[in-house]
Design a protein around this ligand. Structure first.
Ligand code: HPA
Length: 290
């Protein structure tokens, strides 16, 4: 079934296309504390989310809310400095509108970053994990941005997720990390709805079902990117090690500040990795059209 014309993301894309000469082929989503990724963008043109028609605006510290168009390693990119989350009260469709806009601008490759809690006991704070696969807990419970009538112009009704995270881009990330001397993990990201952090019992459950890292974002954007036919690379920065047994104290944990601090400390390495990957996307061996 198809739905009516004049979609919100068309409005937003047309608004942008009328204001920039950039035609980005790579989209980058900078997660919690990782907005610094935008500092590497040359000749930036910056659009606050609040100015772009229909764009959701972030309500969380650490998420600036700007769309930055410019050049990264000579490649035209569209970078989201900050994202919005389901827990902020937006619908799954609203939080993924920027990805639909990217698709309309011509983006074919999407690099998604996030801050995540380390569930795999081998992971350390500051580690970077290439997302190999995900578990969509809100999605399994019905919160999915692809729910509702499918617009066949945008993508298929039943998109395949058997290789949601591009094997080519994952290999490339490991190659670039090796050249930069950066250690890189790989694992499964589980999305929880948040906004509360998980209980120890929930974390033991997440470990049992095969998750290596946990966070409150990324998966909806990846679903829409894949639905739109983009290739996806997902990178998680491990900002904390999760706790599997209840703490024996009434003192609260201050996790959000820790998440932002680790982001600030590791942003440069993540930026080098992303720039290295974008640079290599131009190589014929990394066929951009899949
Ligand atoms: N849980 C959920 N989301 C997160 C975490 C966490 O421990 N760390 C960073 N984002």
């Amino acid at each position: 079934m198809t739905v009516a014309n004049a979609l919100p993301h068309d409005d937003a894309a047309n608004w942008l296309l009328a204001r920039t000469a950039y035609r980005p082929t790579v989209g980058i989503i900078a997660g919690s504390g990782l907005g610094e990724l935008a500092d590497g963008v040359a000749h930036p043109e910056v659009f606050p989310y609040a100015d772009i028609p229909h764009f959701p605006t972030s309500t969380v510290a650490g998420h600036a809310g700007q769309l930055v168009l410019g050049l990264l390693a000579g490649v035209p990119v569209c970078l989201m400095r900050g994202r919005v989350h389901f827990y902020e009260g937006y619908s799954m469709q609203e939080i993924t509108l920027p990805v639909r806009v990217m698709a309309r601008l011509g983006v074919r490759t999407c690099i998604v970053t996030n801050a995540a809690g380390g569930i795999n006991p081998d992971f350390e704070v500051g580690d970077i994990m290439v997302i190999q696969d995900h578990i969509n807990l809100p999605g399994l419970a019905g919160h999915n941005p692809l729910r509702g009538p499918n617009d066949d112009r945008l993508g298929p009704r039943f998109p395949d997720m058997s290789n949601a995270y591009s094997p080519t881009l994952r290999r490339l990330a490991h190659q670039v990390a090796g050249e930069l001397g950066l250690a890189l993990r790989e694992g499964v990201y589980v999305m929880v709805a948040g906004p509360n952090y998980e209980t120890p019992a929930e974390l033991r459950y997440l470990r049992l079902i095969g998750a290596d890292a946990v966070g409150m974002s990324t998966v909806p954007e990846v679903l829409v990117a894949r639905h739109s036919g983009m290739r996806v690379l997902g990178l998680s920065l491990i900002t904390n090690k999760v706790i599997f047994t209840p703490r024996d104290t009434d003192e609260p944990l201050e996790l959000h500040q820790e998440v932002l601090d680790v982001g600030a400390r590791r942003a440069k390495d993540l930026q080098r990795l992303v720039v290295g990957v974008v640079e290599r996307l131009q190589e014929p061996s990394v066929d951009q059209n899949r």
